[in-house]
Write a protein that binds this ligand. Structure first.
Ligand SMILES: *Cc1c(COP(=O)(O)O)cnc(C)c1O
Length: 377
């Protein structure tokens, strides 16, 4: 089955009990057992909930993995994955990761003696050089946030395998529609389902997928023990969002391509970051591992004041944190997605004060371009 069909028909399908075309929301926290010694498939909702199970099956199938896990937010999914590690372990992470993941690694997991080294993973040799005796994992994002840098996933997964490390990727920007890292040898895929998967700025959700029984058991242990599970109503909203992922992503991507091209020809714009542009240095590798470019782009204007003016004055995109929604969202990485990254580190990564991130929504693209045009003036 192709992914366009799977989005509608795996897990997320007709209710077997009633024939309802939409899965029910199971609010029960606990389930009656017939025998005290022989527990049925559902025991207590932290361990498993039928609505959550549908979402977990759906994401596992979409990512071509064996097991899916739903968490209360993208960060809960990411942090739960980091809980697979123990004091003394070391992780090699890509330098421009999501600010929240940076914060969790450098402010929280470091307190449990889990070490991290950040490297520019666009050059795979940097990963190899950073591997130590205690390294346990490679953590990636491609395209990265917010500069849309591309990492060779097959190559990185191979390095991880050769060195007995887990490979982990945050696939939020692409969604399984455009990039399926398990097929490229990646061990764990995480998502902020808050973004493209749910897609409507009305739910916080996180997902993780693995393709290995043993690893699934370990992550299930963390999920049940730590307990940052996604509630049934939010599972249902995420399932509803997933059904329209293809229609949304394709339309938003088409507009993003037009906007990126338009921006890249405009002299008021200093630089545009989007893998769909022919000038993007990672474009070739990206095309080998993904089926599209997504709907998020970055661009730099003349200076900070100009950036603030554009973001605060545009009429259509919402000035907000987040991305991947039906409405366009314009954001300022400096204070928003990367506000938790120290200034010098952030600037060192090229996330400067004149950088704007735009997540292109479903509005008419000509209106978006006109709005940007007026405010770049
Ligand atoms: C938003 C985001 C997260 C965090 O997800 P939440 O659902 O907000 O907790 C992680 N990674 C990326 C790439 C994101 O954009």
């Amino acid at each position: 089955m192709n992914i366009g069909t799977k989005l509608l028909h795996i897990g997320n399908e007709v209710d077997k009990m009633t024939g309802a075309v939409v899965p029910p929301v199971h609010y029960a926290s606990t389930y009656k057992q017939t025998k005290a010694t022989d527990i049925g498939p559902y025991e207590y909702s932290r361990g498993q909930n039928p609505t959550r199970e549908i979402l977990e099956e759906s994401i596992a199938s979409l990512e071509n993995g064996s097991h899916g896990f739903a968490f209360s937010s993208g960060m809960a999914a990411i942090s739960s994955v980091f809980m697979l590690f123990a004091p003394g372990d070391h992780i090699v992470a890509c330098a421009d990761i999501y600010g929240g993941a940076y914060r969790a690694l450098t402010g929280l997991f470091n307190r449990f003696d889990i070490e991290v080294t950040f490297v520019d993973t666009t050059d795979l040799s940097n990963i190899e050089k950073a591997i130590q005796n205690n390294t346990k994992a490679v953590y990636l994002e491609t395209p990265s946030n917010p500069l849309l840098k591309i990492t060779d996933l097959k190559g990185a997964a191979q390095i991880a395998r050769d060195n007995n490390l887990l490979s982990i990727i945050d696939n939020t920007f692409m969604s399984p529609l455009l990039q399926r890292p398990v097929d490229l040898g990646i061990d764990i895929v995480v998502h902020s389902a808050t973004k493209f998967l749910a897609g409507h700025s009305d739910v916080l959700a996180g997902l993780a997928v693995v393709n290995d029984e043993k690893l699934a058991k370990r992550l299930k242990f963390v999920q049940t023990s730590f307990g940052a599970v996604l509630g049934p109503q939010d599972c249902w909203l995420t399932l509803r969002g997933i059904k329209t992922l293809k229609a949304r992503m394709k339309e938003q991507e088409e507009s993003a391509i037009k906007i990126a091209e338009w921006l890249s020809e405009d002299s008021r714009v200093a630089e545009v970051f989007y893998p769909g542009l022919p000038s993007h240095p990672g474009r070739e590798i990206h095309l080998e591992q993904a089926d599209g470019f997504g709907a998020v782009l970055g661009f730099k204007v003349k200076n900070k004041n100009k950036a603030l003016k554009v973001m605060e004055n545009v009429k259509i995109p919402v000035l907000a944190v987040s991305l991947g929604a039906v409405e366009s969202i314009i954001s300022y990485p400096t204070t928003m997605s990367h506000g938790s990254v120290p200034d010098d580190v952030r600037k060192g990564l090229g996330i400067e004060d004149n950088l704007i991130r735009l997540s292109v929504g479903l509005e008419d693209v000509n209106d978006l371009i006109e709005d940007l045009d007026e405010n770049l003036e």
